[in-house]
Ligand binder design. Sequence first.
Ligand SMILES: NC(=O)c1ccc[n+]([C@@H]2O[C@H](COP(=O)([O-])OP(=O)(O)OC[C@H]3O[C@@H](n4cnc5c(N)ncnc54)[C@H](OP(=O)(O)O)[C@@H]3O)[C@@H](O)[C@H]2O)c1
Length: 317
Amino acid sequence: MPFSNRGCQTNDRTPESERICQPWLENVQPVRVPAARGRLRGAARKPGRVQAPVRVEAVTTSYHLLAGPGVSRDSITDAGLSELYRHPDPGDRAWVRTNFVSTLDGAAQGPDGRSGSINTASDRKVFALQRAHADVILIGAGTARAEHYRAVDLEPWQRELRSRLGLAPYPTLAIISRSRDLPDDLARPAAGEQGGPVILIAPHATGEARPTPDHVELIELDDHDLVPCKELITALADRGLRRVLCEGGPHLSRQLHAAGLVDEICLTLSPLVIGGHASRTTAGALLEPEPYELAHCIAADDQALLLRYLRGHRAHS
Ligand SMILES: NC(=O)c1ccc[n+]([C@@H]2O[C@H](COP(=O)([O-])OP(=O)(O)OC[C@H]3O[C@@H](n4cnc5c(N)ncnc54)[C@H](OP(=O)(O)O)[C@@H]3O)[C@@H](O)[C@H]2O)c1
């Protein structure tokens, strides 16, 4: 289940990935993409482009909306699911969405230290759908190392959806790191020939620094020991990367929350209990409690709950 699998960043086409591809494309309305101030490799944009209707394939997983807009007893259509996960129009500033999976007992890592062992099929689809809606996938280097992240490749249905929405062909992968300890082949997608641009955002190196992997753009921020999250998000927004999807991990998530930057939390509650000492979806020192409002709650037929919460003031904007 490669293209959409948390914990597996390869992009091999499999019968299952073929079966679930292209489900999201009906009734998709175009969005207007703000002009990028600095264009990244492969990030050409065609705002507001609308294409002819696309044929879609059936999927087997069914989803039922328990709370949210238009609750009914019917299962959610593919187009409806896509709308529920459309990345809100960010306007002038970025809109930061985090996406995590957690077990019923709060673990963000499976027994193998990765998230791929605790997710479900319904989570993988929604994960892939969110990627299709994002300008940039933001991660901390710990997640890049644990989950073997590589440049983001997409399935045809994801690329088609992006094209309809007027988004760049691929989302950029942005990684923050102080150590710059990243795999050399980071910019090469695990399978396929193309992948999105990759950028590394790091504090300015005072001494000798590890070389940046080939084809990775380096953004160095001066006068900082750690990358400050506000500057990080501003640097992304300045490049036209305003639909920010943070896929982790827990330490980066905590910093984004501490800076008051998380507009939206998508969380999959996976029907597992694993015990142990795994990290939660945020790690580190206590935060000032921050209220969020439920935007939707979906029950999937594989027993997962798919939750979307909006930060108080964003829920009403
Ligand atoms: N359940 C889920 O949905 C989910 C999602 C993502 C990850 N995970 C799991 O979470 C675990 C990784 O956790 P983690 O908390 O270590 O991941 P993380 O937050 O992605 O990575 C932490 C690392 O990111 C870099 N970093 C973070 N903040 C920084 C800053 N302000 N400036 C510069 N660099 C910064 C540092 O990298 P350097 O050490 O290179 O300096 C730091 O060690 C893995 O087991 C992964 O599987 C789970």
